[in-house]
Every structure is written in C-alpha cells, then in structure tokens.
Write a protein that binds this ligand. Sequence first.
Ligand SMILES: [Zn+2]
Ligand SMILES: [Zn+2]
Length: 264
Amino acid sequence: MLISYHNHTRWSDGAPTLAGQIQAARAAGLVELGISDHYVLTPPGIACEWSMDPDLLGDYVLEIRQAALETGALTLRLGLEADYFPETIEELRERLAPYPWDFVIGSVHYVDGFPIDSRAEDWASLTEAERDQVWRRYWELIGELAASGVFDFVGHLDLPKKFGYRPTVDLSAAAAAALDAVAAGNMAVEINTAGWSLPAGEAYPSLDLLRAARRRNIPLLINADAHFPETLTRHFDRARALAREAGYAEGVRYERRQRIPCAW
Ligand SMILES: [Zn+2]
Ligand SMILES: [Zn+2]
C-alpha cells in the first residue's frame, strides 16, 4: 500500500502547490497522500522563515479539506508538521484543537534557539562540546515532545546528523530515554528518506535507533519529506528494506488520528 504522509507545499517551504502534489501523487500511484506543511510557533527571539503564517492555519485546513472531496481514489490526508518548543506547546495545543487532523507530526528543528537543520555553517561554528550539548538537549526535547500528547509521530528522529556532525560522546542513554518517552506517549516514528540525499548519508533515524524503536513496539511510517513533486516516494524501496532489517513487518497509516496497521 503506497502511502506518503510527510510532504510540503507552498503553504510552507515546498515548491509545488497542493494541486501539484496531488497530481504527482496520482502519477506515482499513491493510495494516500498526506500534506504536512510547517507550523512553527516560535518563542520570542526566534524567527522562522519556512513556516506558514500561524494565523492562516484555518485557511490551510480548508484548502486541504476541499481538495480532499475531489481526489477520487486517492485519499488526501490532513496533516501538519508542527515544531515542539517548551515555551509554546500549550498555545500549539489550543491552536490545533479545532481542526480534524488525520495526523500531526512533531518535529524539533531548534534546540534552545539553535537552528539544527538550516546551515552546515551553524554547526561548523560550534565547538565539539557545544555540538554534543545540542545533541543532548535534542534528545531531551524529543522526550518532552512525546510526553506532550500533542503529536502522532516524530519527524526525522535523529535530525542533528543532517550535516554530518555526530556526537563525540556516548549519548545512547539519552536517545534511549527519548524512545522510551515516544513509546509511553503512544507515538510512532517515521523512516524519513530525505537523509539519504543529504550529508548525513543515511535515512533518519539510523538502523540502530530503528531497532531500538522496534524493541519498544513503536509503530513506523515511511515518508520522503518531499518538498518537490518528484520526491514523493524517493528511496522508498531502500526504506522498506531498512524497515525489514530493523524487524518491522508492517507500517501504519492514520485516519482522524486513529492509527491503522498497513502493509508496506
Ligand atoms: Zn522537518
Ligand atoms: Zn518536513
């Protein structure tokens, strides 16, 4: 069952219109297409250039819901990729509450104001100890994200590796604690295939983390994080092989935030 849930449009930083992504999904033979544009309620002092205007959330939902009436055999899923910040999580909860989401992705793109996936230069300017601290805090924030109950699955679980900067100390206990929180929060994770086309050189998350997720019975999706119509199913064959290697026999999909098992 070919589904792809983590995808962007011009509502945030994707290149295509919603109609363009729908057309591409049909051409790719998708059964379900999820749209998950960025929704970032920043704390004071952080400016995010790639989020939709937070006050336009209702218009975004309306456009997707109207389009979904006309996609025929292709099911269009109403999603969102929302950032977790300790300072704004309660406002986020309130702002999301009125809408009939199929799924909400929880992502951490900022660690205490540091933009972890924007530019390699940002990482290059840090000391080794500072990089390790970003990683440590990242895992803490993922744990808090999972405990909030606001999100359905975690986006690109080990995103700080994007530019190739790995921790220089053993942070496996911190990662394990974050995964424990994901399991306790009844959340899923995704294989985000974008990492294969980035300096990280591997999918998010790593095989080790996927195995650790599987041991905790954390459900799994396969997504491309597509910002272009051409990448809706990029590296999906590879991702299915990786999922099997980690011990996953099936995936999940969502309808109105209810998780449903599905074959890959
Ligand atoms: Zn993201
Ligand atoms: Zn994304």
